[in-house]
Every structure is written in structure tokens, then in C-alpha cells.
Design a protein around this ligand. Structure first.
Ligand SMILES: [Zn+2]
Length: 127
């Protein structure tokens, strides 16, 4: 699998984050081999802000259709380190490999950390 952290970093540089100043980028690879990038896009009406991870996933669905599955996903925040937020974890889980086996990579103490969705969101909501 390709290392997506450099692409996530490049996407973070395009973020629209004038309010939080948290420039977040995401890159994901689908099981079909597609690579998609996204960044957070904030809004003066804060509740309308959308995270980098969800923007990326929505692009992948628009390109590949409802059957899109995420083979791997990486997220980077310039100058900060954190894993995907709870809302994004639920959306990643929706398009994860079976049994939450999609790996998610983010930085912690300057090093890449990879966890499966099952580890990041045990007992994810599903119908
Ligand atoms: Zn999020």
C-alpha cells in the first residue's frame, strides 16, 4: 500500500481554516485503487464546517459510487497531531472494509500511528 501521509500533508496546505487555524488534510485509497484527497473547509457559521476526512470520503463516493470501500486512510494536521474526530470515525466506518479492518494512519509524537477502524470506533453504529 502506498504511504498516503505526504498526500494528506499536501491536501492540508489547501485547507480553508481561517477560524480554527487547524489545517487538516486527508488522503484515502479505495479498494479499486483510486486515490482521493480532501481538506477541512470551515465556515463563519461554525456548524457548517466539514472535516477533511468527510470531504475526502464524499469525493470518493461521488467518483466511484455507493459501493466505494476504503482500503486505507491517512490524516494530517499541520502543526498539530490528532486522530479523526468522532463524527468522521462513524463516516469512515460506514465505508470501511468488513469488520472495521480499514487501517487509519495519523501522527502521534511525530511518528505515524496506524489503527484499524475497529480499534478507533469499537461497536460503531450500523443498521
Ligand atoms: Zn472530523
Amino acid at each position: 500500500m502506498p504511504d498516503l501521509l505526504p498526500q494528506a500533508h499536501a491536501a492540508a496546505e489547501k485547507a480553508y481554516a481561517p477560524y480554527s487555524k487547524y489545517h487538516v488534510g486527508c488522503a484515502l485509497e479505495t479498494v479499486n485503487g483510486g486515490i482521493y484527497l480532501g481538506c477541512n473547509v470551515e465556515n463563519a457559521s461554525y456548524g457548517l464546517t466539514v472535516c477533511a476526512e468527510r470531504n475526502t470520503i464524499f469525493q470518493a463516493v461521488a467518483a466511484e459510487g455507493a459501493g466505494m470501500k476504503i482500503a486505507q486512510l491517512s490524516v494530517v494536521c499541520l502543526g498539530h497531531e490528532f486522530p479523526p474526530c468522532g463524527a468522521c470515525r462513524q463516516v469512515i466506518a460506514e465505508f470501511s472494509l468488513p469488520d472495521g479492518q480499514t487501517p487509519v494512519t495519523y501522527l502521534h509524537n511525530g511518528q505515524p500511528v496506524t489503527k484499524t477502524m475497529a480499534e478507533l470506533l469499537p461497536e460503531a453504529f450500523g443498521l
